[in-house]
Design a protein. Structure first.
Length: 53
């Protein structure tokens, strides 16, 4: 097996790892945004209830 073969396999492996970590990051950002929206909605409901008193 040549050095070029091992370099190609290593490049493919690094690319796959990079893409999988990118997917995890995107999912994490989606969860963070969803949490922010939920928190903002809860705060809005609290303010609305306080204003109605």
């Amino acid at each position: 097996m040549s050095t070029r073969f091992f370099a190609t396999i290593a490049a493919v492996f690094v690319t796959l790892v990079s893409l999988s970590s990118c997917g995890n990051t995107i999912r994490g950002v989606g969860q963070d945004v969803a949490g922010t929206v939920d928190g903002t909605q809860a705060a809005g409901r609290t303010v609305d209830r306080a204003a109605r008193r």
